[in-house]
Ligand binder design. Structure first.
Ligand code: NAD
Length: 437
């Protein structure tokens, strides 16, 4: 059972209430944001390849469209629950407001372990989910995207099924598509690169030289790999890495990240990827002065920056006390529990919150949607430049607000997002209920 501190919905509501009080926000807006606008729960009959039948559960939560069509990922995971999806949809509303894109917040998922399904089963399930969602999604209504265990292929099935029902010119119904099916250059790297931009902008404000900083990254998937790669390119010494099975610690700095990626691809896991020249092997551990670590230990290493890029609730009251870093870059969604957040605040650890750190993903999803809607195709350079400018602006605004109010980066990020929502809310029909008479 989740406790209050780690229940994602209650935690996000606590943040909302805190920010609302500090800014004296219209209570009607706060009430509006404390419940999703629409909750959809669907049953999904699935015929397995062997003919067996079962019925799964899927969700889509449309939290708020104050700023524009709902936008957020679809997650396939055995632990997907209404509470989790609700919290993540709320965070999308806040994230999209913070990064300044004209989109609202949504999230969805299926309670399923996709690793136990064949590709054909996964495709049938995704197409059934698309039919069930029907016309509550659409390029100007609600635009899903990939999240945990969903990817460009899953998005291409949704786009194709949607096109069959609603016709041509509907490719903008999802983002994160393969390039050949209307995807955007730069989307795969966007979340990690955006996080690197955010961190580098913060280091500049703190007067710290990236080349003198060390970092450790938990999670070596799409986000973890990319943030480690781009930070290493900027001169940050990456000394610790882990995935779900184990990790490595090399005080002098790991080899180049692409080489470690190739090693992990070959072996299926990251542990033992000690590289010398172009060869990576467990036997090189002593040569590079390395040490094996557990996936959890990576967050407790003697480094300047830790980067949780795997799961929710990876920083809890138990390990928060052991954290030695002075900066936490939250690339995963909700990696820090409420009580851990309080411990870090007391220890003067700067936490760059998830809604800021990982907003690069949805920023480039918006660019993809925009290109689709306007029949454009941007270069990767253009995508990265626009992403850089969005991340820098968001960091600037949050940092300024945190200084003005003497609050943490997380509190300031929620406050800044809320300010933007309040501005749009003033002219929103819901703010004048009389219109509905
Ligand atoms: P992914 O599935 O590609 O990678 C997850 C990684 O975490 C894998 O390397 C896995 O081995 C590792 N992992 C799992 N359990 C672990 C554990 N106990 N200890 C250490 N490592 C563990 O997922 P991703 O797309 O990289 O997403 C990672 C996080 O970032 C998620 O919280 C996701 O919600 C968030 N996020 C992703 C995006 C995106 O664009 N992909 C955008 C915003 C936020």
């Amino acid at each position: 059972m989740t406790n209050l501190s780690s229940n994602p919905w209650q935690r996000s509501q606590a943040e909302l209430t805190k920010a609302g009080k500090l800014l004296n926000i219209d209570p009607l807006l706060l009430a509006h944001l404390s419940e999703p606008e629409r909750i959809i729960e669907v049953s999904l009959p699935l015929v397995r390849d062997n003919g067996e039948k079962e019925v799964l559960k899927g969700y889509r939560i449309q939290h708020s469209n104050i700023l524009g069509p709902y936008k957020g990922g679809l997650r396939y995971h055995p632990q997907v629950s209404m509470d989790e999806v609700k919290a993540l949809s709320f965070l999308m509303t806040m994230k999209n407001a913070l990064i300044n894109i004209p989109l609202g917040g949504g999230k969805g998922g299926i309670t399923v372990d996709p690793k136990k399904l064949s590709e054909r089963e996964l495709e049938r399930l995704t197409r059934m989910f698309t039919r069930r969602l029907g016309n509550i999604i659409g390029p100007e209504i609600d635009i899903p995207a990939p999240d945990v265990n969903t990817n460009a292929i899953v998005m291409s099935w949704i786009a194709d099924e949607y096109r069959k029902i609603f016709g041509e010119n509907t490719v903008a119904v999802v983002t994160g598509k393969p390039l050949a099916q209307g995807g955007s250059l730069g989307r795969p790297e966007a979340t990690g690169l955006g996080g690197a931009y955010a961190l580098l902008a913060i280091l500049k404000k703190l007067g710290k030289d990236p080349k003198k900083m060390t970092a450790a990254v938990q999670g070596f998937g799409n986000v973890g790999r990319n943030v480690a790669y781009f930070l290493q390119q900027a001169g940050v010494r990456i000394v610790g890495l882990s995935d779900s099975k184990g990790g490595i610690y090399i005080p002098g700095g790991v080899a180049d990240i692409e080489q470690i990626e190739r090693c992990k691809e070959q072996k299926g896991y990251l542990a033992g990827c000690y590289c010398v020249g172009s060869v990576c092997d467990i036997n090189y551990k002593t040569k590079v002065n390395g040490r094996d670590i557990s996936p959890a230990e990576v967050l407790e290493l003697p480094v300047d920056i830790i980067i949780p890029a795997a799961l929710e609730n990876s920083i809890t009251k138990d390990n928060a006390k052991k954290i030695q870093a002075s900066i936490v870059l939250e690339m995963a969604n909700t990696p820090t529990t409420l009580d851990a957040d309080e411990i870090l605040r007391k220890k003067n650890v700067m936490v760059i919150p998830d809604i800021l750190a990982n907003a690069g993903g949805v920023a480039v999803s918006y660019f993809e949607w925009y290109q689709n809607m306007h029949h454009e195709s941007w270069t990767k350079d253009k995508v990265f430049k626009k992403l850089h400018s969005k991340m820098n602006r968001a960091v600037d605004s949050v940092y300024k607000l945190s200084e003005e109010y003497g609050v943490t980066q997380r509190e300031a990020a929620f406050m800044f997002a809320l300010k933007r929502l309040e501005k749009a809310w003033k002219t929103h029909p819901m703010a004048q209920p009389i219109l509905y008479e």
